[in-house]
Design a protein. Structure first.
Length: 179
């Protein structure tokens, strides 16, 4: 692992920093891996370890008397409450999605369902977060909201204005004796 660059001293002015940022070429950026493989469906469960069996291989006794198992067992195993359906075979992926979404324990996020789609959970959480922020802004007085919005606007200064440094005393003054 390469050593990080250590900068000494204070930051440069904003104009210099912005020029350095603009000078960086897009070729130098590193592409981050996707959190979920494309085409994968993510499910979330309220239980840490939850398992749904999708197919049941049939076993039978052949004409020679040996027991044979036909088919492949496919199951959805939730690990830490999350299952990603990212099988390589698109037919298996489709079968798992259809089976899980037609399961009687599948439902919407926030219901009594045992598991649900992660995208549904994310959408509902985002909508509720926005609604809570709007309710908070509506409950505040108008002048407080205007002051808050004014503080969020970007200033025209090149860099932060710092107060002058106070002189440092090496000797601490002796407090007067209590009488």
């Amino acid at each position: 692992m390469p050593n990080p660059t250590v900068l000494s001293g204070m930051r440069q002015p904003r104009s210099v920093r912005l020029e350095e940022i603009r000078s960086v070429q897009p070729d130098n950026t590193v592409a981050l891996p996707a959190a979920v493989a494309p085409g994968a469906t993510t499910y979330v469960s309220k239980y840490r370890r939850y398992r749904v069996q999708v197919t049941v291989p049939q076993s039978y006794i052949g004409p020679d008397g040996r027991k044979n198992t036909g088919g492949k067992m496919i199951e959805a195993q939730f690990d830490e409450g999350v299952y990603r359906n990212d099988d390589r075979d698109p037919d298996v992926r489709k079968l798992v999605d259809e089976t899980l979404q037609s399961n009687k324990y599948f439902g919407a996020f926030g219901s009594m369902a045992h598991f649900w789609l992660a995208s549904d959970q994310q959408a509902r959480t985002d909508a509720r977060r926005i609604q809570a922020a709007m309710d908070t802004l509506k409950a505040l007085p108008k002048d407080a909201v205007e002051q808050y919005v004014a503080e969020l606007r970007q200033g025209e200064d090149e860099d932060h204005a710092m107060p002058p440094a106070e002189p440092q005393c090496s000797v601490r003054p002796i407090p007067p004796a209590a009488q």
